[in-house]
Design a protein around this ligand. Sequence first.
Ligand code: F6P
Length: 357
Amino acid sequence: MKRIGMLTSGGDCQALNAAMRGVVKTLDNSKEEVEIYGFLDGYKGLIYGHFQMLTGRDFSGILTKGGTILGTSRTPFKTINEPDENGLNKVEAMKQNYYKLQLDCLVILGGNGTHKTANLLSQEGLNVVTLPKTIDNDLWGTDMTFGFQSAVNIATDAIDCIHTTAASHARVFIVEIMGHKVGWLPLNAGMAGGADIILIPEIPYDIDKVIDKIEERDKRGSRFTIIAVAEGAISKEDAQLSKKDYKKKQEKHEYPSVSYEIAAAIQEKTGREVRVTVPGHMQRGGSPCPYDRVFASRLGSEAGKLILDGQYGFMVGYKNREIVRVPLEDVAGKLKTLDPDATIIQEAKLLGICFGD
Ligand code: F6P
């Protein structure tokens, strides 16, 4: 008999349910008897002992369902060692609940912050297996996270829709794409949607270079320009600021986001009409795309295998087209950013895409 605790933490994304289903199906199809404890709303459920007993049937019919059947929340790692408002030691509370329920292991699905806490719990002696979720694709130790491809599809659809209206009006259109502090999602959706300019955090932009590109297109007779802007895009000047000064600038809330700042600068310097579209959380919503359904199921199945083998302290990842086991301590606390010299960026530049550098 194996007693498995399961939780999803951090921002949701597509294929969380598919991944959990993959784990449970693999366990159900083995000879091992299992009990599943589903902790509700992320680490909060583990801290406060909020859980539901689940069976294989609860995971049936959820392959295509977006969101997470367990609910999720953000429990910042920064404050994980601080007591809660009632003085409760959160890490001790998680350990106590784990031991009280006599769990054999925890299956934790999450992104960067989630992995820091998962690694901490593993170092505290709990058996942990994790799965890499996030639309941002910024998790170290895996070439891809689930949720990413579904979000690329949605963000690309948004750019496609803007394309038809942009072609009707002689305007500059900005589509702001999620991705937190990295450019994987904006780069891929931008290329898939045929954006003319893509601005990502890893390549600080020069607004004059952006304007040069718009004017060059104008001269060639293109009536419109589409700019895919990462929510974390940063100008060359701002990239020079200290972290503290940049934060101060952002706290002034002069613009709702970087896209509006770019739009205002283009409008002021060129007199052109600029429109901003922010698809926002749509990018995390809806049904997982077929790629993510297969990918998350494969990752889930490997996590099930790890549990059956009694192998703990790993994230199941994807490297060079293979499903792999990555030690948690190698993953925690590292961000997978895009290399500005990556071949995909060089290729995009050869296609005429401007990165504002
Ligand atoms: O990590 C996923 C993500 O959607 C990021 O792309 C974005 O920066 C952030 O989460 C938004 O967080 P929240 O849902 O807490 O507003």
